[in-house]
Design a protein around this ligand. Structure first.
Ligand SMILES: [Fe+2]
Length: 130
């Protein structure tokens, strides 16, 4: 059996607020509760399981592969909310997006400072089917 990532726990200060933020900005179904988690389901069967945590955590990075229409919608919501966004992961190119690998990409932050990214083409381009 192939090994697939199924879920990951995202430690945040407020799981309800963070899960809602992800669902709204990415245009995903409303979060559901599962045990101590607020769960956001992604389109490929992977879930982000938000859990309240005390103290500071090293910022994590979550990148989402989306189609062009979704990219436009998400980028629109980032701008509507007046969130800071960048063309690069270090924040050196504010207010811009990138066109790496022939697609479009942009970075922004969640309420806990985690780095988020949407791309329309995977890093390195689409794998060629040989
Ligand atoms: Fe990335």
């Amino acid at each position: 059996m192939a090994v697939e990532l199924n879920h990951t726990i995202v430690h945040v200060r407020n799981k309800e607020a963070s899960a809602q933020f992800y669902a709204e900005i990415l245009g995903l179904p409303a979060p559901r509760r599962y045990g101590p988690f607020q769960v956001v389901e992604l389109s490929n069967g992977i879930s982000l399981d938000f859990m309240d945590a005390e103290g500071d955590h090293a910022p994590q990075h979550y990148a989402f592969l989306v189609c062009n229409d979704e990219w436009d919608a998400i980028f629109g919501r980032i701008r509507d909310r007046k969130l800071d966004y960048y063309a690069d992961p270090f924040g050196h190119e504010p207010g811009k997006h990138n066109t790496h690998d022939g697609g479009r990409g942009v970075y922004w932050r969640d309420p806990d400072g985690n780095s988020l990214e949407i791309i329309t083409v995977p890093y390195g381009g689409w794998a060629s089917s040989v």
